[in-house]
Design a protein around this ligand. Structure first.
Ligand SMILES: Cc1cc2nc3c(=O)[nH]c(=O)nc-3n(C[C@H](O)[C@H](O)[C@H](O)COP(=O)(O)OP(=O)(O)OC[C@H]3O[C@@H](n4cnc5c(N)ncnc54)[C@H](O)[C@@H]3O)c2cc1C
Length: 395
């Protein structure tokens, strides 16, 4: 099958599914700042995607994927965005955990965990950040020790996206005490990446309300939580390398889809400015032109990011500074678009509907404040570009 035939197949599948009585309600639903919408239906949607082979389809066939080439993965994400298909509930499993297990997992872990991700039946969250350990991740304090064939975990994570619906947590914990004379004496060693079932008595989850009025991330408390001894990705004590491996995995191909979504949002802001005449304001006109130029720059940069893709990551581009540069471009761009979208609306943009019902533009304006923080703040991205890309001394 060539790329154009594949595009027609994807388009046909999306049209049939999103035109159906079961999933028609999901067009344009979910996504950042709107994760609360249609959760049960979107879970069913994940499972339909999985059943029809659209999750992890770039992974090798022996790991439950279809081994499809880059070009087809890009096409899928483009068509998905073009169809305004719903925000994905399972993106952490598919885009972060799956590729990390492909790189670092044992054969048993791949056999146990990849099928649930690919079927859309097991959801994951990422437990890295803690109060006092975000950018300075190696300062984390959650600890785990191996006793009687199980890891026993105590501590706290914060900002854990989707933990309230997740089945499993990819958890970075300290497995050697910092004050030991062993490997834990170096704070980057003595860490391990544990695969932890979320629904158990030792784990309590408290949602955190965001500016958008919704709660998509959480505080997660571990009080003698347990997981089996074999549920460690990579080797015990090798967690820093595995954790950085996951951080380096970028949503390479799905960035093309993101750009189509950005284009749609840009066009909505442009239409509003044309409709209410605010485009006649030279400052607004200049910002619109600037946003359009930014879109073109991001498109070229995303192509560069894909050029550095690592097939070992199973169809997801691995890091390198191109991915950091791409994030430094898209996150502030999207934030500026959020500001532009409310500015072209005028004073109405300051009013929320009954029950804090927000328009798309208001929700975007508020949610995009987070985009220069999550996945590594702008300052941290710049540090990485400076140190690893340009070879500048550490600040
Ligand atoms: C919407 C959202 C979803 C998230 N989801 C998850 C998730 O699922 N799992 C998870 O583990 N985490 C998640 N996070 C947490 C995110 O990774 C952290 O917020 C981020 O790494 C920053 O850490 P911090 O909040 O502790 O801020 P800090 O690290 O305390 O930073 C505060 C400020 O200081 C600056 N700063 C810190 N160190 C330096 C330095 N060395 N040089 C220059 N400037 C510096 C930062 O750029 C920032 O401006 C999420 C965050 C958000 C907003």
């Amino acid at each position: 099958m060539n790329d154009e035939q594949f595009r027609a197949e994807v388009r046909g599948w999306l049209a049939a599914q999103l035109g159906s009585a079961e999933f028609g309600c999901l067009v344009g639903k979910g996504g950042s700042g709107r994760q609360h919408e249609f959760m049960a239906e979107r879970m069913a949607w994940e499972q339909r995607l999985g059943a029809d082979g659209w999750i992890g389809f770039g992974w090798p066939e022996e790991n439950g994927g279809r081994g499809l080439p880059w070009s087809m993965q890009v096409i899928f994400h483009e068509e998905y965005a073009r169809a305004n298909a719903p925000g994905r509930v399972g993106h952490i499993g598919e885009n972060l955990v799956g590729p990390t297990l492909l790189m670092f997992g044992t054969a048993e872990q791949k056999a146990r965990f990849l099928p649930g991700i690919a079927a859309g039946t097991e959801l994951w969250c990422q437990g890295y950040s803690e109060p006092g350990a975000g950018s300075d991740l190696a300062g984390l304090r959650t600890r785990a020790s191996l006793r009687d064939g199980e890891w026993h975990i105590d501590g706290q994570k914060i900002w854990t996206s989707m933990a309230h619906v997740a089945d499993w947590c990819f958890l970075l914990a300290r497995t050697e005490p910092l004050d030991s004379t062993g490997p834990g004496a170096d704070r980057h060693r003595g860490l391990s990446c544990l695969l932890v079932p979320v629904r158990q008595p030792g784990i309590k989850i408290r949602p955190i309300m965001q500016l958008t009025g919704t709660a998509e991330f959480n505080e997660v408390f571990f009080d003698d939580a347990r997981t089996a001894a074999g549920n460690v990705a990579g080797k015990p004590g090798d967690g820093w390398r595995v954790a950085l491996g996951m951080l380096g995995v970028e949503r390479g191909v799905s960035n093309f889809g993101q750009l189509i979504g950005f284009q749609r949002e840009f066009e909505a802001a442009l239409a509003t400015a044309r409709g209410n005449g605010s485009i006649a304001d030279p400052e607004i006109a200049a910002r619109i032109a600037d946003a359009w130029i930014g879109l073109q720059v991001m498109r070229f940069t995303t192509e560069d990011t894909l050029g550095g893709a690592d097939p070992a990551a199973g169809g997801v581009a691995a890091g390198g500074v191109a991915a950091n540069i791409a994030k430094l471009l898209w996150a502030p761009w999207h934030q500026r678009l959020g500001e532009l979208a409310v500015d072209v609306t005028g004073a109405d943009a300051t009013l929320a509907g009954p029950g804090y019902d927000l328009t798309d533009a208001q929700r975007r304006f508020l949610f995009t404040r987070a985009e220069t923080i999550f996945g590594g703040s702008n300052e941290i991205q710049r540090n990485i570009v400076a140190e690893r890309g340009l070879g500048l001394p550490r600040g």
